[in-house]
Design a protein around this ligand. Structure first.
Ligand SMILES: Cc1ncc(COP(=O)(O)O)c(C=O)c1O
Length: 415
């Protein structure tokens, strides 16, 4: 049998978790060796790991406010609560994002409105504008798979309609947009540090904002009491404290996250080099286009997406690649309930509520009338059905990338 074009097996592995070594283990051990310091609000004269992590984030990113919390979903919820967005309000989110983006909106008490993506695989600015209603208060732009979305164009729409712009950078930790970290020029942004992400501490998230008042509100919202008792934060503050959630960051996760943060450049150095090599080895495409990226320099390099001219060609290319040892299916597989695609968000589409009163859709403050259907974002489903996506991990090599490119080139020519 003729040798396959993919000669070298692709190594298993992921992102942050694949670089865990004795440094993370030592960091956790040192937390446990000082159990009197196991709380994020420390004893006087001591900097906790949560505080240290937040300081390092401020120093590294140049951001004014960074707050370690329990997850990316909770960090996104704070992005909204920080601006008083809740019952009665609509928030526009893309049809291609993890269902958590929608949950963050309902957590805050607001109603998610789903808009189409374009070939950036992020929000389509024109569709965002079409979906604005008198209830719209904010837009969440999601940077999927490490690729920054169309920040400039979406920001223009938000400015024109006086909407808050929130960036969901849960999958794009470390991504930049024309030289600045994604989110830095928006109203607030969120990272996830869960197991799958570029940096991980198992579970965790970070809420960021450069707006001092909004940041303070985020701090109030994340913990019913400790910030007020432990830090004297609210003393003299012009905003009265309020209580909402219990999503404090914890010391063990923060200790791991600090070590991971110090490895961010190494991780992204690796993935960006892999993507560069792969792109350099691709021939001029005939049957597909590469995903649109506004600023390729800011891309984390953890994925590549080929958007075929039509669904049929995507299927033929996928089969040809499979025969050569490279498994790349389309992003939208009929039948597989991928919760990154809105048509599988049953809980949202059916307006399933945590309360018999039907909150947030039936909240008395809500004057809108959002309607959901599985086919309400046809462009999203069409693009995803033609999208062939490959993910890089930190154990891959340039040799792997050269062979992946040869399979893609072969499939494109053989369609
Ligand atoms: C785009 C996006 N937003 C939000 C989240 C939520 O993050 P977490 O799992 O930390 O709550 C995720 C996580 O998978 C995500 O991929």
């Amino acid at each position: 049998m003729a040798q396959k074009l993919l000669k070298t097996p692709l190594p298993d592995g992921g992102l942050g978790w694949s670089v865990i070594d004795h440094k993370e283990i030592d960091a956790v051990t040192s937390v446990l060796k000082q159990p009197q310091h196991l709380f994020r609000y420390p004893l006087p004269g001591y900097e906790s790991n949560c505080q240290g992590f937040e300081r390092e984030l401020r120093e590294n990113l140049g951001v004014k406010g960074a707050l370690m919390v329990a997850s990316g979903t909770s960090a996104l919820t704070l992005c909204l609560s920080a601006y008083g967005i809740g019952p009665g309000d609509e928030v526009i989110i893309p049809g291609y994002t993890y269902i958590s983006t929608a949950s963050a909106v309902t957590n805050a008490g607001a109603v998610p409105v789903v808009a189409d993506i374009d070939e950036s695989l992020g929000l389509d600015p024109a569709d965002v504008e079409r979906r604005i209603t008198p209830s719209t208060k904010a837009v969440i732009l999601v940077h999927m798979q490490g690729v920054p979305g169309r920040v400039r164009a979406v920001r223009e729409v938000c400015k024109k309609h006086n909407l808050k712009l929130i960036e969901d950078a849960c999958q794009a930790v470390g991504a930049t947009y024309f030289g600045k970290h994604v989110g830095m020029e928006s109203d607030a942004f969120a990272w996830s540090l869960n197991y799958y992400k570029i940096l991980t501490c198992g579970e965790g998230g970070v809420f960021f904002s450069n707006d001092q008042d909004a940041f303070l509100r985020g701090i109030y919202a994340h913990d019913p009491g400790s910030p007020m008792w432990k830090t004297g934060l609210a003393r003299g503050a012009k905003l009265s404290p309020y209580t909402q959630l219990g999503i404090r960051g914890n010391e063990v996760c923060a200790a791991i996250a600090r070590v991971q943060l110090a490895k961010l450049d190494t991780i992204l150095g690796k993935t960006r080099a892999l993507k560069k090599r792969l792109l350099a080895c691709l021939d001029q495409p005939v049957n597909y286009r590469l995903q649109h990226v506004d600023d390729p320099e800011g891309d984390c390099g953890i994925s590549i997406c080929l958007i075929a001219a039509d669904k049929e060609r995507a299927a033929v290319m996928s089969n040809l690649m499979d025969e050569q040892g490279l498994e790349i299916g389309s992003a939208f597989n009929e039948g597989f309930p991928d919760r990154h695609i809105y048509s599988y968000w049953d809980a949202i589409l059916n307006k399933e509520s945590a309360t018999p009163a039907g909150y947030p859709w039936k909240d008395a403050n809500y004057k809108g009338n959002v309607q959901y259907a599985k086919d309400m974002c046809p462009k999203t489903l069409d693009i995803l059905s033609r999208s062939l996506r490959f993910s890089m991990n930190v154990n891959m090599t340039e040799q792997n990338m050269e062979e992946v490119a040869s399979v893609i080139n072969y499939a494109d020519k053989s369609v």
